[in-house]
Design a protein around this ligand. Sequence first.
Ligand code: ATP
Length: 269
Amino acid sequence: MNPALAADQLKYGYDRSAPIVNGFNLTVATGEWLGIVGPNGSGKSTVLRMLARLAAPHSGKIEMEGLDMADLDNKTIARTMTMLTQTQEGALDISVRDLVRRGRNPHLKWYEECRGKHEDVVDWALSVTSMAGLQHRSLVELSGGERQRAWLSMCMAQTPRILLLDEPTTYLDIAHQLELMELIRGLNRNQGITVVMVLHDLNQAARFCDRIVAMMNGAIVRQGTPGDVFKVDFFREVFGIEAKVYDDDGVPVYLPNGIVSKQPHEASA
Ligand SMILES: Nc1ncnc2c1ncn2[C@@H]1O[C@H](COP(=O)(O)OP(=O)(O)OP(=O)(O)O)[C@@H](O)[C@H]1O
């Protein structure tokens, strides 16, 4: 089976003379939940944006389910993959259901309206994200957590096989963070959706992700299961902190203890 995503030798820079990401390779297996972690500015969002084709690599290639993304049109990509960001822009004075209907756009012909079987998919998307009860409410009337779930519901209406998320829990309180992560776990385990998520909360990454990729200065510096990656020397070398790492039933849990005197980005100075 082709991997969900395969990135080969990606290069990208906002200023072309100084690449932010260089020689980046990544394979995401179908059905896995991959977490991308790393310090601020290490290039995580840039990589995710390239995977979602929101940014075009200056060189290198990305394949989605074995097909070169450069050869695919936006609609084809949107039928397979969708991205949820930490905050969403756009009009808020529409109902949840109308927002979720927008997720059907990649599946509709230009003259077609969201009806019949498409409305069935909207019902399904509302139901798997527990938004059916709020579908007639306007987005402005929702809490931050409910609103984030409404956007996820729209993503689900696209019936994607691959879901990319960029720090989707940033503005949520801990209960809503866990609720969203549990919801995504259900989509991953029950619907078989491949998940690639950038996240800062390393304890949540350890608890939910199958595999971790850690980035520094635009490159992958560690990868493996959470237990393989989240060790004392990882926190020292990648984040510049001293941490204690405990085992909670096979899941690593870290507790920060202090800052390492010389930060990783100063190591060569
Ligand atoms: N639009 C932009 N123009 C110029 N430089 C940018 C732009 N967006 C990001 N950068 C720079 O690219 C580098 C990587 O940024 P990116 O957002 O990918 O990092 P990140 O790991 O996602 O960071 P964070 O954890 O802070 O969200 C940073 O040095 C950042 O300053």
